[in-house]
Design a protein around this ligand. Sequence first.
Ligand code: HMG
Ligand code: MG
Length: 322
Amino acid sequence: MASLISTNVNQLSNKGYQLPEQVKIVEVGPRDGLQNEIEISLSDKVSLVNMLSHTGLTMIESGSFVSPKWVPQMANSSELFKRIKRIHGVTYSALAPNLVGLNAAIAANVDQIAIFGSASESFSRKNINCSITESLHQFEPVVKQALAAGLPVRGYISCTLGCPYEGYISINKVAKVAQQLHDMGCYQISLGDTVGVGTPEAAKAMINAVSQHVPVEKLAVHFHDTYGQALANIYAALQLGISVIDSAVAGLGGCPYAQGASGNVATEDVVYMLNGLGIESGVDLNELIAAGNFICQRLNRANGSKVALAYPTAQARFQSKI
Ligand code: HMG
Ligand code: MG
């Protein structure tokens, strides 16, 4: 199982804010990216995870143990976990919202699970068919049994900066759910801008509200890039000491229950920005771009990473691999 890259936010920059020296990237492309895609074979999914495993990423959310009636695209996650070639030092994680999912995840030998709640009542009902309170109640035994089985649990909160059904969401609601997930035993809380509507000052206000209840070292950010604000929001989050960033190769992503939301921020673009800031991520940009080009070619779609589009040499590298 991969160890977390240590955070060092002690160096105050001459700009008056702190930036971490290292950042851990949680690659969510194979899960968040492909949960919306029907036209993709299992072997291509496996190839994507295998390519990502060689980029230096230390955590790859590779699948999802949810109801196949709700998200048929993730129905072959057990098979995927059987087929991928695991690399030492990489954590292969998956979503598991209930005990059925947890048991399937354990049987598939996942390294870690994530539960996923919401700060919006409406989104909670649309996404997991229950209220926020009911969801937290249902998560409790999942976390307990996962921890007993030796699986760390990550907690997501959706709609932290807005909801596709309700619009405005109070940051106090986000903070309350974060505290409950943390108290339950989640080692990290990933704050999701599911619809990608947030802007930097709003993101800062939300993170500040949450960090009154959960230490900032235990927070991650998960920005969808619908309005093109994700990198700016990540930069704002870094200034507050956030050192774990979720992103998806090639900017894949979306949630079947958040219509209109586009993909996650592209991992390539995050790595490029971190490189420019002198923040270590351990990720090889060329290998990452090759993986992104591979999956875009298989999906027959344009690459959602600006950096990948700007790196023609990586395209040539990809061509030589197929
Ligand atoms: P439900 O219909 O209320 O649950 O769904 P149920 O217990 O009545 O089960 C219905 C059927 O599903 C039963 O089968 C269960 O056995 C089966 P039947 O008896 O009808 O044949 N079932 C399962 N099968 C496989 N694995 C399971 C499982 N659970 C039940 N784990 C449920 C409730 C939570 C299951 C459903 O609503 C669900 O699966 N929702 C998942 C939705 C989802 O995956 N959304 C995308 C991920 S979240 C996201 O993208 C946001 C995030 O990226 C952060 C952000 O961007 O904000 C994380
Ligand atoms: Mg998401």
